[in-house]
Ligand binder design. Structure first.
Ligand SMILES: [Zn+2]
Ligand SMILES: [Zn+2]
Length: 195
């Protein structure tokens, strides 16, 4: 008895994955179109070092699927919550971020005609794996040095206080190191007298 060949056609993509889109209802007639609005949990590690989308946070997706000759064109917007740290003053940051994306998914049974065959996206059976597209759209658009506000003055290089709190007059007078040593002695004496 022949070994069933089913295994070969088994989908790699788990259809229950929240970012797996089923295109069956779209059909393959070029020009047919569907729109979908979904809220899905954010995948892990969607972000850069200082800012990102918390895992399982709500991603709101507005998606348009269009059948074209060679596959399905996916156009969409993702609204994602961001949390992170200001690169200057290290204060927590949170905001809502909108990323747009558009990608062609080539039918899995179609031979690729383009030269860019290597890095093209493919449908997996009837399914589209939106995760890599979303990841690119969000991660590449995130600032590497996010700021709590555009003119954040950051921290004092001398004492580390937040300059936004300390005010514009905050500064340290340059002290001659020999005087600084004397000051230290005086402070010690005062402390021992108090004690
Ligand atoms: Zn800041
Ligand atoms: Zn200071």
């Amino acid at each position: 008895m022949a070994v069933p060949r089913k295994q070969e056609t088994l989908s790699r993509l788990d259809p229950r994955h929240p970012l797996a889109l089923d295109t069956k209802a779209l059909g393959r007639r070029p020009g047919s179109m569907r729109t979908e609005r979904l809220t899905v949990p954010a995948p892990e590690d969607l972000g850069v070092e200082m800012v990102g989308v918390p895992k399982d946070a709500d991603l709101e997706l507005d998606i348009r699927l269009e059948a074209v000759m060679e596959g399905v064109l996916v156009t969409g917007t993702a609204r994602v919550p961001l949390v992170g740290e200001c690169a200057r003053c290290l204060d927590p940051i949170s905001s809502i971020f909108e990323a747009e994306f558009q990608e062609l998914f080539v039918y899995s049974d179609t031979r690729s005609g383009g030269e860019s065959g290597e890095d093209e996206y493919r449908l997996d059976g009837d399914f589209i794996d939106l995760e890599p597209v979303l990841r690119d759209a969000v991660v590449l658009a995130l600032p590497l040095s996010p700021l709590c506000r555009d003119d954040c003055p950051g921290l004092c290089a001398e004492c580390g206080v937040r300059l936004a709190d300390a005010g514009p007059d905050h500064r340290h007078d340059a002290v001659d190191p020999r005087w600084a040593a004397l000051e230290g002695l005086r402070d010690q004496r005062e402390e021992s007298q108090e004690g």
